[in-house]
Design a protein around this ligand. Structure first.
Ligand SMILES: NC(=O)c1ccc[n+]([C@@H]2O[C@H](COP(=O)([O-])OP(=O)(O)OC[C@H]3O[C@@H](n4cnc5c(N)ncnc54)[C@H](OP(=O)(O)O)[C@@H]3O)[C@@H](O)[C@H]2O)c1
Length: 296
């Protein structure tokens, strides 16, 4: 894996080559801190993707460019897109992904308090409970986090299979985020299965602008959303997204799949600043942070 941005050496943190690799610095050998034989260690990736400093997750992430959309909470998204902008191929994101993409996916989960995900992605991708990973144990303990992130499923209808391990046997209780008008029998079924129901808004759906704050009230402040596109569309429209981690896959799919953000257009485009780019096997692992300013 190579770091393309910030350019190696620009921030004084990397000489342009993996420590101990013995190869001469240069654009093709650029690698990262803690790199091992060209492959970044989990710790190096965790440092590169750390939440902003005030969220207590170690060095490497710097201060935010803009105040978080919700005070005291940081919401980042992790998505993968085909080269031609598709968010899935035949209903799954896996065909767009790679081994390195899955490694980063795991690192982002390892850093998060909670993973916010749309109900359709849970239904379609068959979400299970996250497991505890040794590689993150010290980091999570130091940051006061539980052994694994909670999954927070966002749903209005709550038409989910509550007999699945995601609800019956997670390491930390799964949350269901919905509106106060959610069907009461489904709320009861979710609770009976062991899920914690979080109401974010008075209507039938969750109010995306209130979603991060509702999770923060439960101590979940380092948030990661894994989509899908319709949920992300809601979060962007609600002004709730602070950071976008976007993998650009060197694959073209054509077809009718939506973009990674699929919802009503925002009145004024929201500006993000490029914060990092890694590369492996032609996949680009980009990271952008909202700047707080809006396009003219
Ligand atoms: N490329 C990627 O990185 C990526 C990431 C994730 C998923 N995907 C792909 O995207 C597809 C699924 O995504 P999707 O866009 O169709 O669906 P989605 O965003 O995963 O889920 C949509 C559902 O979320 C719930 N929801 C969204 N906003 C809500 C709100 N404000 N309040 C309450 N509930 C809300 C609703 O659930 P109810 O219907 O239960 O009410 C809605 O039907 C799959 O093919 C998956 O493979 C791709």
């Amino acid at each position: 894996m190579r770091r393309l941005f910030p350019c190696p050496g620009d921030d004084g943190s990397a000489s342009g080559t993996a420590p101990g690799s013995g190869s001469a610095p240069g654009p093709d050998s650029a690698s990262g801190p803690g790199a091992d034989g060209g492959q970044w260690s989990i710790d190096a990736l965790a440092d590169a993707y750390a939440y902003p400093e005030e969220y207590g997750h170690g060095p490497g992430s710097g201060a935010p460019d803009a105040a978080p959309a919700a005070p005291g909470v940081w919401l980042r998204a992790n998505m993968v897109s085909s080269l031609d902008g598709a968010a899935h191929h035949e209903g799954r994101s896996q065909p767009l992904s790679s081994e390195a993409d899955m490694r980063i996916f795991g690192v982002l989960r390892g850093l998060a308090d909670a993973v916010v995900v749309g109900a359709q992605t849970v239904r379609q991708e068959g979400y299970g409970p996250p497991r505890e990973r040794k590689a993150f144990a010290w980091r999570r303990a130091a940051a006061g986090q539980g052994p694994a992130p909670a999954i927070a499923v966002v749903s209005a209808g709550l038409d989910l299979d509550f007999s699945q391990p995601l609800f019956t046997s997670p390491l930390v209780p799964t949350l269901l985020v919905t509106g106060a008008g959610a069907p009461s029998d489904r709320v009861a079924a979710a609770r009976a299965a062991g899920a914690e129901v979080v109401f974010a808004g008075e209507g039938a759906t969750a109010d995306p602008a209130r979603l991060p704050g509702a999770l923060a009230e439960r101590g979940l402040r380092r948030l990661l959303t894994e989509g899908g596109p319709r949920l992300l569309g809601q979060l962007v429209a609600g002004g709730a997204l602070d950071e976008m981690c976007l993998t650009i896959s060197p694959r073209v799919t054509s077809g009718e799949a939506p973009r990674i953000v699929n919802g009503p257009g925002v009145e004024v485009p929201v500006d993000f600043r490029l914060a990092g780019v890694l590369e492996e096997d032609g996949f680009l692992f980009t990271r952008y942070r909202r700047t707080g300013s809006r396009a003219a």
